[in-house]
Write a protein that binds this ligand. Structure first.
Ligand code: SF4
Length: 317
């Protein structure tokens, strides 16, 4: 790599104080718990979608104490429709660890935070920087894009990315810096057509100096399709649901027994991260025996964690 000017985090902190998105709900009131929940939501979800889920989640469970006795189902239910349900399970598992092994106090040290389920190095860095004002690097897609363009290097290896992310940290004000780099990556240094005119890094950014930045279209991998035939057993105001994890998604959620089939009929199409699901519902009189199944009263369905397309159907029965 040719010689370059280092990216200075101080410009970013300064920029954040004036232009940052301070109205985001998790930024209005900052606690380790709220930063953690927001980071878990934002791991796989755009900010615009994540806001409603964050508000709903923190309305029900505003802090660690309030979520202490929540079951895994309770947490999964709040996640309904957001996808990547494993994140909800991780939140459940992590709060159990915090309450049972860490005296109910959110940990403040990197090693303890990164050992919580679902928390990787970048999420731990965000929690430490924002909630505890300790300078730890983060590295997500947005940060990588800013770094790649700033140094005009299309691909760094992961190790180099982490080194550069650590180098640019504003150690005096990691709180403003980290939120600033997140905002610049999401709103200015966008995948397509970065708005360099308003970027605080424009004077030293190689891509801007060369007027030659990488446009990085979202990778659109072709999704696989899967046809699912759900068998609805309905008797005396009760519906039979199972919970199995054989599909590899919708883990720990309740749903009617199903078959994977090859026909082309379907009632609804539902898209998840890596698949297009073609879903068909059929009423069945005979109930096969399932060890992992049970009957639920129809009135209770709204309180059960089910995948969104399934609950939409069942609640209309
Ligand atoms: S100056 Fe332009 S290309 Fe460089 S970091 Fe800012 S927005 Fe991205």
């Amino acid at each position: 790599m040719e010689r370059y000017r280092r990216l200075s985090g101080k410009n970013i902190s300064k920029w954040y104080k004036t232009f940052g998105r301070k109205n985001l709900p998790w930024r209005k009131k900052v606690t380790p718990y709220r930063v953690w929940i927001s980071e878990m939501i934002l791991q796989q979800t755009q900010v615009a979608t994540g806001i409603d889920y964050f508000l709903k989640f923190t309305e029900k469970y505003p802090d660690l104490e309030s979520i202490k006795f929540a079951s895994e189902d309770d947490v999964l239910r709040l996640w309904k429709g957001l996808g990547y349900y494993r994140r909800a399970t991780y939140i459940y598992q992590a709060k159990e660890i915090i309450h049972n092994k860490l005296s109910g106090k959110f940990p403040e040290e990197f090693d303890s935070i990164v050992s919580l389920p679902g928390v990787g190095r970048s999420t731990a860095g965000a929690i430490l920087s924002i909630a505890f004002k300790k300078p730890y690097p983060i590295l997500d897609g947005n940060v990588k894009r800013v770094l790649s363009r700033f140094y005009f290097q299309k691909i760094f290896n992961e190790k180099k990315f982490w080194i550069l992310s650590e180098q640019m940290l504003d150690k005096i004000d990691p709180f403003s810096f980290q939120q600033g780099i997140m905002d610049i990556g999401a709103t200015i240094c966008k995948k397509q057509n970065p708005d360099c005119r308003v970027c605080p890094l424009k004077k030293s950014c190689k891509s801007n100096i060369r007027s030659d930045y990488f446009n990085l279209p979202a990778k659109r991998a072709k999704k696989k399709s899967l046809h699912l035939n759900f068998k609805i057993h309905y008797k005396e105001n009760k519906i039979f649901l199972i919970r199995d994890n054989a599909l590899g998604f919708w883990k720990n959620l309740w749903m009617p027994p199903y078959e994977i089939c090859k026909n082309n009929n379907y009632d609804i199409k539902h898209t998840i991260s890596h698949r297009d699901l073609f879903i068909e519902f059929k009423s069945e009189e005979k109930v096969d025996q399932f060890e992992n199944g049970q009957w639920f009263e129809k009135e209770k369905l709204q309180f059960i964690a089910t995948p969104k397309p399934i609950s939409d159907k069942l609640l209309k029965l």
